[in-house]
Design a protein around this ligand. Structure first.
Ligand SMILES: NC(=O)c1ccc[n+]([C@@H]2O[C@H](COP(=O)([O-])OP(=O)(O)OC[C@H]3O[C@@H](n4cnc5c(N)ncnc54)[C@H](OP(=O)(O)O)[C@@H]3O)[C@@H](O)[C@H]2O)c1
Length: 269
């Protein structure tokens, strides 16, 4: 799996990592065993960048449990998502306890109360408990505010949605991030699964075979990662075999403009 520097965060990340929204918000022994199998596979194939949030119900807790005894093999990107400073502090305390007292990338979720949380996260970074600070938003309606946060130069990474059906970031966010040297984490690579409703035929995917692409999921991930301003995509899955499948998109050769255009056309069919 190729690894890229996540902008100037100091983190080197696999180009394919993993999200935990919904997929890790699980209870009960059998669901937790499944989550562990997913993490086992992610570590095995080098997709060891895990994104979570206190907004995702039990996901942070379940992820923490699956990494017990092997936290050092993982890069943890979690978030603070709280209207008040005291709630934010409580979330951080919980996450630090779950992840061995260290968070690789601490992100401000949906920019909620970002000014207060930014100051708190800077203190944690200065104390050596956090490596890098980022900000996330899923909606283009918030991109103006996201640009303001980026321009403070107090964060070193952002997390944004990017896939052939959601390309708003191409206009201003990706160019600004590149100018500022920010790391880019790509959420919703499959548009929350909606890009999987129509799977192109084998014949349609055939022209992508020279790029090591044999499945639609791989085509979509390679579409994202071939824009090398994007450092890590974080598809979520409940199936260990799909972790392996997705990870295979994390190797060159990358698509050129014509293959990207081709995949974008397939996505709109
Ligand atoms: N900061 C924010 O505001 C924000 C918002 C949304 C998401 N996120 C982060 O981004 C992550 C990813 O986004 P997402 O979870 O919304 O959606 P996504 O990754 O675009 O899509 C997830 C869906 O794709 C399916 N899938 C995964 N690999 C597949 C494959 N190879 N073939 C076919 N289907 C496949 C999964 O189903 P199966 O389980 O059946 O495989 C799952 O239903 C989240 O988990 C979260 O960590 C952040």
């Amino acid at each position: 799996m190729q690894r890229r520097n996540l902008g100037q965060t100091g983190l080197q990340v696999p180009v394919v990592g993993m999200g935990t929204w919904r997929t890790f918000d699980v209870r009960g022994e059998s669901a937790k065993r499944n989550a562990r199998a997913v993490v086992d596979m992610a570590l095995q194939v080098g997709a060891n960048f895990f994104d979570s949030s206190p907004m995702y119900g039990a996901a942070e807790q379940v992820l923490g449990e699956t990494l017990q005894g092997r936290r050092d093999q993982a890069l943890i990107a979690t978030k603070v998502w709280a209207p008040t400073r005291s709630e934010g502090k409580a979330q951080v305390k919980r996450a630090l306890a779950l992840f061995g007292n260290y968070i690789d990338l601490y992100q401000i979720h949906n920019l909620v109360n970002w000014l207060e949380h930014l100051a708190m996260l800077e203190q944690l970074r200065d104390a050596g408990l956090v490596c890098a600070i980022g900000a996330t938003h899923y909606s283009s309606s918030a991109f103006r505010e996201l640009r303001q946060v980026m321009q403070t130069r107090r964060i070193t990474a952002i997390q944004i949605p990017y896939n052939p059906l959601q390309r708003e970031v191409e206009r201003e966010i990706l160019p600004l991030a590149a100018d500022l040297g920010l790391g880019i984490v790509v959420m919703r690579p499959f548009a929350e699964g909606s890009l999987m409703r129509h799977i192109p035929s084998e014949a349609d995917l055939k022209p992508l075979e020279p790029f090591g692409v044999t499945t639609w999921g791989q085509a979509l991930l390679k579409w994202i990662l071939s824009d090398t301003r994007c450092h890590v995509a974080i598809p979520a899955t409940t199936r260990a075999n799909r972790i392996a499948e997705n990870a295979m998109a994390g190797e060159p050769p990358w698509f050129g403009p014509s293959e990207r255009e081709y995949v974008a056309r397939l996505a709109k069919q």
